[in-house]
Design a protein around this ligand. Sequence first.
Ligand code: FAD
Length: 549
Amino acid sequence: MASNPSAFLKENFIFHRIILVLLLSCTPDSTNLSYDSSPSQESSPLSVPSKPLLRTLPLDGHFNFEDIQYAAKDFGGRYHNLPFAVLHPKSVSDISSTIKYVFKLGSASGLTVAARGHGHSLQGQSQAPNGVVIHMESLRLPKMRVHNGGSPYVDVSGGELWINILHETLKYGLAPKSWTDYLHLTVGGTLSNAGIGGQAFRHGPQIDNIYELEVITGKGEVITCSGKQNADLFHAVLGGLGQFGIITRAKISLGPAPERVKWIRMLYHDFSMFSRDQEHLISRKITFDYIEGFVNINKTGILHKWRSSFTPSDPLQASLFKSEGKVLYCLEVALYFNPHESNVISKRVNELLSELGYIRSTLVMSEVSLVEFLDRVHLSEMKLRAKGLWDVPHPWLNLLVPKRKIGDFAKEVFGNILTDNSNGPILIYPLNKSKWNNKTFLVTPDEDIFYMVAFLPSAMPSASGTESLERILAQNERIKSFCSTMLPEVKQYLSHYSTQEEWQSHFGPQWEVFVQRKLEYDPLAILAPGQRIFPRTSAKRTVARVQVT
Ligand code: FAD
């Protein structure tokens, strides 16, 4: 290093010029608004000299530049984009300083930032190719705190797992009202999407059960927002696919948490009867607490397989029931209760069941604790992990289908496109839009009742035939192509598109506001690049395009 001040300044100036030239020479082509949809490793937009500069940021936590391969993976198992660094934040200011630093680098650096929850995205949504991934689970502040009272809530960090929230809130006899089927997901991850499950027909998705958020924008500002304070940002972030800010803190609404659950399944041959019953149940004032359903195409011994967890109400008839060679629809419901209400609840179950048209011999029931019920998918996870079948590609496809079209959809997809579902479950259940907040960026069909249809296959890496990744992807394409030509009202959930035109069509009339909010809160398009909506630095140009058209 130079020993006198002017020589030092001169050296420093030259050093920064070199960095700037390197950064500019690595700037991606910002005129390219479409993306290569292939799930491959992407090329580096970032120059090497930024590495020591990131390292010098004063932090409570730390950056990791090695052993970061895990941040290039996700549950989908098909997209692998290695980041440049992983930030393990210990404070909100760690995240804010990092984003401020990237923002100050300006549009030329190409450096992006992605929050990573538990990495359960399907197509690289929480990855940042050669950018910075923020490992949100490292942020342990605020310490989870339950606020009991008139409108109870829990105050949690954005990186908190829902399973931990369940355990903590139960200590107070409380729990969040709306759940996903799997709880080893983070608050920030599900709130960026929606968080839809079997309670959403009544309470709305998880994004509709939030009182307040703390968010760090794409400029590094820390902003508290709610339905009343900075409401634009609040509604943009909920269901906003990580585009407007990083959720560092959430206040989640709670309700009473009964201890026990009656968990019931029954089968139908007839789709119209099945969907009629599901719609009847979600419209009833006194009804089950959880309503979902799934499709079984040509499965052998369904009732027999359920015997480890459920008891048939008519064991003899159940043992004679044959499921192979058929398309069967399973209605799955649950009712929560406390032990002293057992008799009243049994009566209510019987009343509700008496209104339904299921195949009588197929009714099975179980009684479990609330935790066992809500955390049920974790049990399957453990079994699959033990067999090495959890970390395999998951080419999932989630669709929201309007009620008007669900019959046409079922006929073509379950009766024609799919010949079996041996590689994973297919969920299907109706939701009630009138109970949902329409101010968020979650896109749903334009009809009051619509169905969540989730194809959840696992592809065995060395498999051929029905379980191979190629075959499942081809099936998904057939389903999507049928929808885009015959049922354009169908919307994707946990969407993934290759071009900005497709995103524009996905958002429809909301697109203009979506772009405006992007310009306001993340003008350099630094955040959540894995969603492939805005190429880095293009937010301004996209707004200009929107204003011209
Ligand atoms: P990640 O996958 O890590 O992140 C998801 C997106 O959110 C990324 O774009 C990321 O950058 C962004 N993000 C993450 N954290 C933050 C933050 N703090 N602030 C801002 N942006 C952030 N979904 C449902 O709705 N209903 C279900 O029933 C359901 N069941 C599931 C079952 C399984 C087994 C799995 C694997 C997923 C399921 N999901 C379900 C999908 C789930 O909502 C998504 O996987 C979601 O991505 C949450 O995962 P995550 O917390 O690991 O977030």
